[in-house]
Write a protein of this length. Sequence first.
Length: 250
Amino acid sequence: MIDVKGKWTLVTGASRGIGYQVAIFMAKQGANLILHSRNLEHTKKVEQEVKALGVEVYSVEADLANHESVVRMLDEIEAKGTAVDILFNNAAIQTPYRENVWETPVADFEQSFQVNVISLVTISNRFIPKMIERGFGRIINTTSGIKDQPELSAYAASKAAVDKYTKDLAPRLEGTNVVMSITDPNWCTTDLGGSQAPNTPESAIPGVAVGAFVNDMQSACFFPAAAFYNMSFEEAVKKAESIKPNPYTI
């Protein structure tokens, strides 16, 4: 299992929900944190909590729906000289539920792909080459198990694109000690998941976090949170390292 003490970890969407849980968990393991949200005000609380845990932390802001905003955030991180070791691509949006699926606005797809895919790829592509140069990196991309709900087709399609990006990139990471995995937090009571969800954000840990700690050098593994419920973190990492990458089925 990887020791993350002192490693810089960027968590997108860190102010609430799953991102908040990940930030606190990683800080408890000794990782330094870069906390992303749309506005610096949103991460003030979690930043104070992380500082109290004795690690270094700072916040950055970016509207993931705006490419220029994302680039400015990445430039700021680089200007600070921070070498990002671990990246949790957690932030995402879910477009409205469209009862008439045939009238789903094109804007739903444009917004979903800009936030959930293009920004994720932009962030990953900025940091991965430097991770390869340093000989270490962990990228955890958040997907969704959503299916058979065409009313949310824009969101579902964007998450399928995240899966495809992760799988296609995996061969380029072989032998680099940079590992990219996919996690599904399951349906949780977050702002995105809604109040009817059957699971708490806390339940997503350790499943969401294990991708930062695996030491098996295999990219494109899928770590659904539900597969790690009621496990100690050590047990979860051991199980994660036994999971093989998802092969293409077509």
